[in-house]
Design a binder for this molecule. Structure first.
Ligand code: IPM
Ligand code: MN
Length: 356
């Protein structure tokens, strides 16, 4: 089995090194190949998603991705910015289903900004459509405003759109995920204002007919944002479009107090996938050896579970992480009084040790 290892920028290489270490001690025969991506891709090959990196990602059974982005690339033209790497991989590999779990580990209840009773036991799964919507819709750009009070001025514009197939397939992913959980799906839209999302609601409602065992409700995105902070445990599986999912998943992640803990999976129709931590490249702490590697290690576990069919190994890693937390080991982002502060490498080593 071949795994493409794409560490990227900022803390990416540091956290990836820990995940690779964990994969190496499982006793499995993985072929791991590393390539530059993001700012690192631009620096070495002149493009954030160099052709060789894309070819490797396409040929691999799964991709483990670190993070991309750094202040020093912010002034590049859009097509060369590090973010284009992840957007390009999603598009080129057709990774339309993004699974973003937000789980509160009991040991970390104190790390949330919300009251412990509001978040304790939190376990939600946000399913974000990842290759459509206003992120990829065309046309887009800056043009002369064609009409209305600002006619003749320059205007920026993007296109929000969803094809029926795109909505159907993500709805199936959500209902099937719910069948393995508490059998409830909340579809989040803006059907009161947007044509695209009235259509979304109609199609999700239609797909639901195939899943009589699942309870479906619909919620407007503004209300969903409010409910996520007010009573997040009411949710189980949430399914939504690309942009709403981007925003709501950051919000949900922070309910757990620790975006440094959360993995994610981006899957295509055959469950080939790209796995990455939910957090970014954190260039401000890069190279300091203090970043939390657990989201990347847990992403490797998700990869074993969903793409490589190594469910027992995935369980082993997840249990090792729980054990390390129970031992009181904490990186700086989740540190509280009474626990033991460790660096990136020590945390990785502790997980390796707990694997037995
Ligand atoms: C994410 C990120 C990306 C997104 C950026 C880096 C393009 O915020 O994965 O949530 O907006 O999808
Ligand atoms: Mn985001």
């Amino acid at each position: 089995m071949k795994i493409a290892i794409l560490p990227g920028d900022g803390i990416g290489p540091e956290i990836m090194a820990q995940a690779v270490k964990v994969l190496n001690v499982l006793g499995e025969q993985f072929e791991m190949e590393t390539a530059d991506v993001g700012g690192a891709g631009y620096a070495a090959h002149g493009h954030p998603l160099p052709p060789a990196t894309l070819a490797l990602a396409k040929s691999a059974d799964a991709v483990l991705f670190g993070a991309v982005g750094d202040f020093k690339y912010d002034t590049l033209e859009r097509s060369l910015r590090p973010e284009q790497a992840i957007l390009g991989l999603r598009r080129e590999l057709a990774l339309f289903a993004n699974l973003r779990p937000a789980i509160l580990y009991p040991e970390l209840a104190g790390a949330s900004t919300l009251k412990p009773e509001v978040v304790s036991g939190l376990d939600i799964l946000i399913i974000r459509e990842l290759t459509g919507d206003i992120y990829f819709g065309k046309p887009r750009g800056v043009r002369e405003c064609p009409d209305g009070p600002f006619k003749g001025e320059r205007e920026g514009f993007d296109t929000m759109r969803y094809a029926e197939t795109e909505i159907r397939r993500i709805a199936h992913v959500a209902f099937q995920a719910a069948q393995k959980r508490s059998k409830r799906v909340t579809s989040v839209d803006k059907a009161n204002v947007l044509e695209t999302f009235q259509f979304w609601r109609d199609i999700v409602t239609d797909v639901h007919k195939e899943y009589p065992d699942i309870e479906l409700d619909h919620m407007y995105v503004d209300n969903a944002a409010m409910q996520l902070v007010r009573a997040p445990k009411k949710f189980d599986v949430m399914v939504t479009g690309n942009m709403f999912g981007d925003i709501l998943s950051d919000c949900a992640a922070m309910l757990t107090g620790s975006i440094g803990m959360l993995p994610s999976a981006s899957l295509d129709a055959s469950n080939k996938g790209l796995y990455e931590p939910s957090h970014g490249s954190a260039p401000d702490i890069a190279g300091k050896g203090i970043a939390n590697p657990l989201a990347t290690i847990l992403s490797a576990a998700m990869m074993l579970r969903f793409s490589l069919n190594k469910v027992e190994q995935a369980d082993r890693i997840e249990n090792a992480v729980k054990k390390v937390l129970a031992q009181g080991l904490r990186t700086a982002d989740i540190f509280e009084a009474g626990t033991t502060k460790v660096g990136t490498e020590e945390m990785g080593n502790a997980v390796v040790k707990s694997l037995g």
